[in-house]
Design a protein around this ligand. Structure first.
Ligand code: HEM
Length: 442
């Protein structure tokens, strides 16, 4: 048998000495990702000035996540997360990671998610009641729907409503995403002396205080009350993990779960507002399947059009738009040789918009998730893959389908003329919000 020898990764633009392509990249990271893919293909090296290999080739993604995960570590870039998330579920490597996953996994069982989705129903109702008082007004719906995620995840994970006014959790989580991203990819704010950088440092300290305060209060009051809810907090408190590890996992779960799900919800409603024909299909489905009732596990399963709209929004706007690994030994990914020690950045955003793997990739067309079309299994990976697959996937999807169905049943959103811009930190978010008017359907 003959094998084709592996060739090296395509060489991307070198940019300037020391800075590499940083100036161009940071003007529009998402756009730059697509341009690199278009010009150099699914595996290209980039100097930012940290060198990494941008991967948007499904075969290579598959090799990293499923084929040879033992050859990967979370790597250098994930170290930028440790300030907020500590050494927990997201940042640890195997074998230290495994016991953490085992401890919290039962908090994501189907039974638990059924109960947690009731929180999503309650959280969505609060937001919809607020919208009912805003007839004719333009408002930022992305900020509002973030509260649906925050409240649902807070209740699901630690039994607390984190959307309460005055707590500032959403803002603290958004700052955390910015700080982690800055540390991860560039580190420039960390290198500047504090006096040049006071606003950033002040925000960073404040957000740490809010998030640590939430976790500390949750642990203390649960221990004092002795009430068991079967949530992640209970499982962690009952485990052998030490106090620091418990806090790290709670901060990780909260930060990994709230922002991501809130952004996904905002992007789905945005796409439905832009595509009236799809929105009408979702309306017809929710009217038929739900009537006036709240979604249940059984009816959620029937909401296939709604679910496909969520899937398609996650394709076009994957909240975790890229994530890294470092290779330990040399490996061959999709026919390209990658030296040990390299950082690979798996780009969900680039892969999901690759013309090689998707027909009409820029179009919002949820039917592609229902028509049985085949594609490479890693052409779509908004929740990652392999053993490090997102632990909150089913909870996020139940929350999203619930909130999208309830919102679409009651309101038609019309986008205002304010442009929607894409911001990219750890998550991909509408940086100036999404301004709409909401009209009741009946
Ligand atoms: C739409 C919402 C979400 C998206 C798009 C998303 C995306 C992802 C992705 C891509 C990964 C893999 C990262 C990697 O392999 O390096 C991941 C991991 C993770 N996610 Fe999510 N996530 C979402 C919601 C949630 C929720 C609701 C929670 C918790 C309540 C959560 C908790 C985690 C944790 C703890 C990990 C690390 C798992 C491990 O390594 O064992 N995520 N997520």
């Amino acid at each position: 048998m003959t094998t084709t020898p592996a060739c090296p990764v395509a060489r991307g633009p070198r940019g300037l000495p020391v800075l590499g392509v940083a100036a161009e990249y940071f003007r529009d990271p998402a756009g730059y990702t697509l341009r690199l893919q278009e010009d150099h293909g699914g595996m290209v090296d980039v100097t930012l000035p940290k060198p990494f290999v941008q991967v948007t080739e499904p075969e290579a993604v598959d090799r990293v996540l499923r084929g040879n995960p033992d050859n990967c570590t979370r790597g250098e870039l994930y170290k930028g997360f440790i300030g907020y998330m500590g050494r927990g579920l997201l940042t640890l490597d195997d074998p230290q990671w495994r016991p953490h996953r085992k401890v919290v996994q039962p908090a994501f069982s189907r039974t638990r998610i059924t109960a947690d989705a009731e929180e999503a129903v309650a959280a969505t109702r609060v937001v919809l009641e607020r919208w009912a008082t805003r007839a004719g007004q333009v408002f930022d719906m992305a900020a509002d729907v973030m509260a649906i995620s925050t409240r649902t995840m807070g209740q699901a994970l630690i039994g607390r409503d984190l959307s309460v006014p005055g707590l500032g959790y959403d803002r603290a989580a958004a700052i955390a995403s910015k700080v982690m991203y800055t540390r991860t990819v560039f580190g420039v704010n960390e290198l500047l002396p504090g006096f040049l950088n006071t606003r950033y440092q002040r925000e960073r300290r404040w957000s740490h205080r809010v998030i640590d305060g939430v976790v500390h209060a949750a642990i203390t009051s649960r221990r004092r009350s002795g009430v068991e809810r079967g949530d992640a907090l209970d499982h962690l408190l009952a485990s052998d993990l030490d106090e620091q590890a418990i806090r790290d996992d709670l901060r990780t779960l909260l930060l990994a779960g709230t922002d991501t799900t809130g952004q996904a919800l905002a992007w789905t409603l945005y796409e439905l507002a832009r595509h009236p024909a799809v929105r009408r299909e979702v309306e017809d489905e929710v009217d038929r399947v739900l009537g006036d009732a709240a979604p249940t596990p059984a009816t959620r399963d029937e909401l296939v059009v709604t679910r496909s709209a969520v899937d398609e929004a996650l394709r076009l706007h994957p909240p975790v738009w890229q994530f890294p690994r470092d290779l330990i030994e040399d490996d061959v990914l999709a026919g390209r040789s990658v030296p040990g020690g390299s950082t690979v950045l798996l780009s969900t955003y680039g892969t999901h918009r690759s013309a090689e793997h998707w027909t009409d990739p820029e179009a919002f067309d949820p039917s592609r998730f229902r028509d049985g079309s085949t594609r490479h299994r890693q052409a779509y990976f908004p929740f990652g893959g392999g053993r490090r697959m997102c632990i909150g996937r089913d909870l996020a999807l139940a929350t999203l389908v619930t909130a999208v169905a309830m919102t679409t049943r009651r309101f038609r959103l019309t986008l205002s003329s304010r442009p929607v811009r894409v911001g990219t930190y750890i998550t991909m978010f509408p940086s100036d919000g999404i301004h709409v008017t909401a009209r009741e359907r009946r």
